[in-house]
Design a protein around this ligand. Structure first.
Ligand code: MN3
Length: 213
């Protein structure tokens, strides 16, 4: 008995159900050779789509059916009996955010306004990248590495499974998916190679700056 409201269907802007799989911001081949089209087609077309489809099934007819994605995430976090809804909602959000955290010909120097803030918080862009890589590589099992804004300062954090820094009041600026499905087809067990290639060649500093503004 879910009421369907299609008036606002962007998952990052507070959509009500049914939640939709947003289009990728680039072609599936656009991140090659760092991330192959084969990985993209499974990761976006099967994993991300699966989270969206599962979420819609799980919330149909419930008190969550008309809530925005972010509201579902914050209102189910930390509730074991709601973990299936939380996991699928958070993974829907996390993946949409992850695709935007990368771009073809990314990496390189951050825009000046962001670079200044990175230097103020980490000392240098290299130190920030090293901290991100270290969080990504050391996350035991599935999870995410994040650049976040907390109390006006940039920080690096890692989360397990579907957890997202939104639930602890931090503002995500960038994310790196370190679930094996993100890299195993291309890098097998070499997570560090995947993470460093993403940081050097794909990371979307402009997206981080937009989020920090
Ligand atoms: Mn993933």
């Amino acid at each position: 008995m879910s009421k369907i409201d299609t008036s606002n269907s962007s998952p990052l802007l507070g959509a009500a159900s049914p939640h939709v799989l947003p289009p990728l911001p680039y072609a599936e081949t656009a991140l090659e050779p760092v991330i192959t089209a084969k990985t993209m087609s499974f990761h976006y077309g099967k994993h991300h789509k699966g989270y969206v489809d599962n979420l819609n099934k799980l919330i149909a007819g419930t008190e969550y059916a008309d809530l925005s994605l972010e509201k579902i995430i914050t209102s189910t976090a930390g509730q074991p009996e709601r973990s299936a809804i939380f996991n699928n909602a958070a993974q829907t959000w996390n993946h949409t955010f992850y695709w935007k955290s990368m771009k073809p010909k990314g990496g390189g120097e951050p825009p000046a306004a962001l670079k200044q803030r990175i230097e103020a918080s980490f000392g240098s862009v290299d130190a920030c990248k090293k901290e991100l890589a270290s969080a990504a590589v050391s996350q035991f099992g599935s999870g995410w590495a994040w650049l976040v804004l907390e109390g006006g300062k940039l920080k690096v954090v890692k989360t397990a499974n579907a957890a997202v820094p939104l639930i602890t009041g931090m503002k995500p600026l960038l994310s790196i998916d370190v679930w094996e499905h993100a890299y195993y087809l291309d890098y097998q067990n070499r997570r560090a190679d995947y993470v460093n290639a993403v940081l050097d060649k794909l990371i979307n500093w402009e997206f981080a700056l937009q989020n920090a503004s």
